[in-house]
Ligand binder design. Structure first.
Ligand code: NAD
Length: 249
């Protein structure tokens, strides 16, 4: 019997990076994977690879989110795991003095409002089952702030962390665990895009990682699989740091 055998797991941002690695890991551990992504090409590809279902959705759009969960419920009759992971990188100059209100709003919508919507609309399903595991992707910057000036991004992830704690406490007695995943820098297209704009930033980041390298997406996926599983049955409302030691340094 595998650890996630027949668990129905919805992964947002499954087409790339951490979401993609987690889709593979979940499938390997026996889960029925629902790959959600705005990008139809990558989303459908990963769903096919892991023998799961692809649902196209913009997670910042409430109609898309409700339709997404309804589709999953119609297909499988339950939802056990929600990995709310889709997100975008900060705008080019994300210092508080430079970031415009539209760029700020867009980051809050995709990184924070999406998590609010995904939690709001999955909790009723999990409540009826009396069980569920929600993992929301925040970031180490939610805990520590960032030395590289990314105010809209850091604020959005701080919101994800606070919301996860609140929901973890609120729904603990109903069997729903809610945790905030706080990765350090991970070698994914999102990070590569950020560093392509500002190569020095990569170096500045790297010196803060005691393990001396960026994470592989598979290393983050291993932590997500643990949080999703019953092995983490006493872990809720946590900030789960997978950061190569940054927070300890
Ligand atoms: P990525 O860019 O490789 O993948 C993100 C995926 O989300 C893409 O497939 C994209 O199409 C999808 N997506 C974006 N907006 C969407 C929307 N509105 N609706 C549906 N799908 C959407 O990024 P990643 O590095 O794997 O990041 C995943 C999460 O991890 C993000 O929330 C990110 O902020 C967070 N994070 C990343 C790092 C890192 O260093 N890479 C560190 C900490 C936290």
């Amino acid at each position: 019997m595998q650890r996630l055998q027949d668990r129905v797991a919805v992964i947002t941002g499954a087409g790339s990076g951490i979401g993609l690695a987690t889709a593979r890991r979940f499938a390997h551990e026996g889960a029925k994977v629902v790959a959600v992504d705005l990008d139809e090409v990558t989303g459908a590809k990963v769903a096919e690879e892991v023998g799961g279902l692809y649902v196209k959705a913009d997670v910042a759009d409430e109609n898309d989110v409700t339709r997404m969960y309804q589709t999953v419920f119609d297909a499988y009759g339950r939802i056990d795991i929600a990995f709310n992971n889709a997100g975008i990188s900060p705008p080019e100059d994300d210092s508080i003095l430079e970031t415009g209100i539209e760029a700020w709003r867009r980051v809050q919508e995709v990184n924070l409002t999406s998590v609010y919507l995904c939690c709001k609309h999955v909790i009723p399903y999990m409540r009826r089952q009396g069980k569920g595991s929600i993992i929301n992707t925040a970031s180490f910057v939610a805990v520590l702030g960032s030395a590289t000036s990314q105010i809209s991004y850091t604020a959005s992830k701080g919101g994800v962390l606070a919301m996860s704690r609140e929901l973890g406490v609120q729904f603990a007695r109903e069997g729903i665990r809610v945790n905030a995943l706080c990765p350090g820098p991970v070698d994914t297209p999102l990070l590569r895009e950020l560093f392509a704009k500002d190569p020095e930033r990569a170096q500045r980041r790297l010196v803060h990682v005691p393990l001396g390298r960026f994470a592989r997406a598979e290393e983050i996926a291993a932590a997500v699989a643990f949080l999703a599983s019953d092995d983490a049955s006493f872990i809720t409302a946590s900030e789960f740091l997978v950061d190569g030691g940054i927070s300890g340094a």
